[in-house]
Design a protein around this ligand. Structure first.
Ligand code: IPM
Ligand code: MG
Length: 386
């Protein structure tokens, strides 16, 4: 037993040292990259697993269509990154193979399809999620997920902390004995400040009147307590913006409270709560397949579908019928992020027309509906009419 305790201490010490280093790194971080100052913006395209390559390819076609002139001028360049598949990740026993990471770092922004996340008991080794690893490796600290349902008067923007919380040590938890297992949750001043500031800056720049903090600070006292303290400190720099705070449990209830939910505008929260709450919110918009997600850091940014890789669709030969709308929405966010706001808006408008108002084609996930390619064509035709 003493040996086990000593081993646990050693593991914990390693984690503490690693996180202290991370804090130092965050302190010395450069400022946000300026895309308009770049000669060429490199857009990386990562297909991922399952239906990922099929849907991501459709989003890429649309981006190429919207950025045709820019690509010809050399201002934008596409780079398809192969190899971020579960088979490769399992073979090297790493969430992100070194060559994939090196390629990712040659891009400025990345469009990513879903990747399979192994869990205990799966046929795959239980390696860390490629998503989570990418967010960590590229320091993509802000996971921004907008959810809009105009007919219900819902217009929310979630700012989910993306590089710490209960996710950061995902694969570093340990079993001290067969009866005792630990995972960890981490909050740093720098990590908390940057996500909360991003939420307030977004609110200020987009005419939003309220920012809501979501925690469980009454129970998770130290880390969530820190999150909430920093939230109130930063709020003082934004006197024009109202603030409120909710606990995650009651927040999940308030999102379906028809009398209250329109009051929320910008919501900021630690990693795990953001994961849960954004799936719930996306469901109100029509399902996780309808939502896009951006992962923003100072040097890199990654845009992705928020749904899974649906391996069964591929096994049943239905990948071409998979709904590409989530990753196309992510592509629209990518366009706005790198400064092509007008193109981004056109794409969002076309998506709204094709999926809500006009809906000339439907996607059913099988041969009773349109293929992803037909749907992408429909979106491009719609853009041309705008
Ligand atoms: C998401 C996903 C990921 C997460 C999974 C795939 C690891 O659910 O992007 O919300 O938990 O962050
Ligand atoms: Mg999720």
């Amino acid at each position: 037993m003493e040996r086990r305790i000593a081993e646990a201490k050693e593991k914990f010490e390693k984690i503490v040292r690693q996180q202290l280093k991370r804090v130092e790194l965050m302190k010395s971080q450069e400022d946000f990259i300026k895309y308009d100052e770049l000669e060429t913006i490199v857009i990386g395209v990562v297909g991922g697993d399952g239906i990922g390559p099929a849907i991501t390819h459709q989003a890429q076609r649309i981006l190429e269509f919207l950025l045709k002139e820019e690509t010809e001028k050399g201002k934008v360049q596409f780079k398809v990154i192969e190899g971020c598949t579960i088979e490769n990740r399992a073979a090297v026993g790493k969430a992100l193979p070194d060559d994939v990471l090196a390629e990712l770092k040659k891009c400025h922004v990345i469009l990513k399809g879903p990747t399979t996340t192994p869990q205990k008991g799966d046929p795959w080794p239980n390696i860390e999620s490629a998503n989570v690893a990418m967010r960590k490796e590229l320091d993509l600290f802000a996971n921004v997920r907008p959810v809009k349902v105009p007919e219900l008067n819902i217009d929310w923007t979630f700012f989910r902390e993306n590089t710490e919380g209960s996710y950061i040590l995902g694969s570093q938890g340990f079993e001290v004995t067969e009866d005792l297992a630990f995972d960890f949750t981490v909050a740093t001043t720098q990590g908390t400040e940057r996500i909360i500031k991003s939420a307030f800056e977004f609110a200020r720049n987009n005419g939003k009147k309220k920012v809501t903090a979501v925690t469980k600070a009454n129970v998770i006292k130290t880390t969530d307590g820190k999150f909430l303290d920093i939230f109130h400190q930063i709020a003082k720099d934004y006197p024009e913006i109202a603030v409120d705070e909710w606990y995650i449990d009651i927040m999940t209830a308030k999102l379906i409270d028809e009398k209250r939910r329109s009051e929320f505008e910008v919501l900021v929260m630690p990693n795990l709560y953001g994961d849960i709450l954004t799936d719930e919110a996306a469901e109100l918009q029509g399902g996780v397949g309808t939502a896009g997600s951006s992962n923003i850091g100072k040097q890199y940014a990654m845009f992705e579908a928020i749904h899974g890789s649906a391996p069964r669709m591929v096994e049943e030969g239905r990948a071409q019928y998979a709904d590409p709308c989530s990753v196309i929405r992510a592509a629209a966010m990518l366009l706005s992020h790198i400064g092509y706001t007008e193109e981004g808006k056109k794409l969002t408008d076309a998506l709204d027309i094709c999926t809500v108002t006009e809906k000339k084609l439907t996607l059913t996930g099988r041969d009773t509906g349109a293929t992803g390619e037909e749907f992408a064509d429909y979106i491009m035709e719609t853009i041309q009419k705008l």
